[in-house]
Design a protein around this ligand. Structure first.
Ligand code: CMC
Length: 445
């Protein structure tokens, strides 16, 4: 299948020899719509000229059948349970690569040479500190603020503290903003955590790698020496890698939409963090662990399965189901292995939550409701168990997802700027409200 991007295809128009088209007939009109072929995956009907030619819109709430952009970063085959970053499968990246190398791959398109990787790691490491005055900004939050609330605010405020990298039309400034965001996000997440538990902020250490440094900033205290366990640092790194990007999900689309207006990168990433927070998206890892705790023991699982199946009960099995995956989420497979490793290392392999999770997974995967609806465990199902075993409170689960996903948001944002077709995102609607009516004075209503 030819590899063409949407803009190449549109430049060629209908004169292209292999151009496939779809025909749409309605109201006595017939419209030919070009079909674009991806490098892999389903074809896409190009409806950009539909309104101009047919004076109709398409209707697709939730974007279940709509491609919002073309991209070369991440590919998902939801039916087969495949996730590729720049072509490389996630299980290979999770086992053979590491987070900062995956960041480079996502941002620049190829695996780095040794020299490129070293230069990139040095750049990121040297940007991990935040502006000292931002400490005062943190102190303005209530002590019991959810770390995600703090992160939305602090990352948005980076546009005030790093104003010299907010000009999105300047390629150099865009690059600096990208590096700053990837480098400072762990510092910000760790500070949000430290603030919420009343401990002093811990400065980053340049001799530690990205994941180890995050554990150091979260768990060390000035009063005593803290040694990062390399196996836990590796597990942390793997969690970052598994969350790094996931093509046009809700938060990534939010970042792209916010950025389409020309908003600065810090504001756009803050918008992405806000979107990620919801329990249907990144907030599911916190909600999943809370659910496992609520279930508590294996004998209560049938009660919760029954609730999940009950149309009159809003309860859903958190960590189950996905808009795109109609098969096992490949990230969940790696996460499950990691959970076993980490819990064994910490000597808590009989963790009751893990027992509940494994049994719940087994029962759900054999239940006709879940089989018929193709509901499989997703990435959030096992991540919370690992994070809790490492010592993180549930409120930190989504901030960890946010810091991991920052590179995905940034890479997609960067790609959007390189796209000559970039224009402000502006969906249309199916209006069902009142038609024209005259204003009525309050005394006459
Ligand atoms: N438990 C019980 N039933 C479910 C679940 C679930 N977790 N998920 C979907 N369903 C049912 C749903 O009730 C619906 O049934 P029906 O067709 O009879 O109305 C059917 O499956 C399809 O669900 P949907 O809501 O139309 O599917 P969606 O693609 O809009 O939603 C989802 C995807 C991830 C929001 C949803 O599966 C869900 O709420 N899962 C729980 C939350 C969760 O784990 N989210 C993390 C997603 S992965 C990480 C990330 O993206 O951030």
């Amino acid at each position: 299948m030819p590899v063409r991007s949407a803009h190449e295809a549109s430049d060629e128009g209908n004169t292209m020899t292999e151009q496939k088209t779809a025909t749409l007939s309605f109201d006595g009109k017939t419209i030919e719509l070009p079909i674009l072929s991806p490098s892999v995956g389903p074809d896409v009907i190009d409806i950009r000229k539909l309104y101009a030619q047919g004076h109709v819109f398409t209707y697709d709430p939730g974007f279940t059948s709509t491609a919002s952009c073309d991209s070369t970063i991440t590919y998902i085959d939801g039916d087969e349970g495949v996730l590729l970053h720049r072509g490389y499968p996630i299980d290979q990246l999770a086992s053979q690569s590491h987070y900062l190398e995956v960041c480079y791959l996502l941002m620049y398109g190829e695996l780095p040479t040794a020299a490129q990787l070293e230069a990139f790691e040095t750049t990121i490491t040297r940007h991990t500190m935040i502006h000292e005055q931002m400490h005062n900004f943190f102190r303005g939050f209530r002590r019991d603020a959810h770390p995600m609330a703090t992160m939305v605010g602090v990352v948005g405020a980076m546009s005030a503290f790093y104003h010299d990298s907010t000009d999105v039309n300047d390629q150099k400034q865009r690059e600096i903003a990208a590096h700053r965001l990837i480098a400072k996000m762990p510092t910000i997440a760790a500070m949000a955590y430290k603030y919420s538990i009343g401990q002093p902020f811990v400065y980053p250490r340049n001799d530690l790698d990205y994941a180890a440094n995050f554990l150091h900033m979260c768990f060390s205290v000035p009063a005593e020496k803290y040694n990062v366990d390399p196996i836990l640092a590796r597990a942390m790194d793997r969690i970052f890698t598994l969350h790094a990007d996931h093509e046009q999900n809700a938060s990534t689309s939010t970042v792209r939409l916010a950025s389409s207006s020309g908003a600065n990168p810090f504001a756009c990433i803050a918008a992405g963090i806000a979107c990620l927070w919801g329990p249907a998206h990144g907030g599911a890892n916190q909600a999943c662990l809370e659910m496992l705790k609520e279930i508590g023991t294996v004998d209560r699982i049938p009660e919760f399965i029954a609730r999940a199946k009950d149309k009159n009960d809003p309860f859903r099995l958190m960590g189950f189901g996905h808009r795109v995956y109609k098969n096992m989420d490949p990230r969940a497979t790696v996460m499950k292995e990691s959970a076993d490793e980490v819990l064994e290392l910490l000597g808590v392999e009989n963790n009751p939550l893990l027992q509940v999770a494994k049994e719940l997974e087994h029962i759900a995967l054999n239940d006709p409701y879940f089989i018929e609806k193709k509901l499989f465990p997703n990435v959030d199902f096992y991540s919370g168990i690992i994070l809790e075993a490492m010592g993180f409170p549930t409120s930190m689960f989504t901030p960890i997802f946010a810091l991991s996903r920052t590179v995905g948001w940034i890479s997609q944002w960067k790609e959007q700027f390189a796209d000559p077709q970039m224009k402000i995102g502006r969906p249309r609607q199916l209006y069902l409200g009142s038609t024209y009516r005259d204003y009525v004075d309050v005394e006459n209503r």
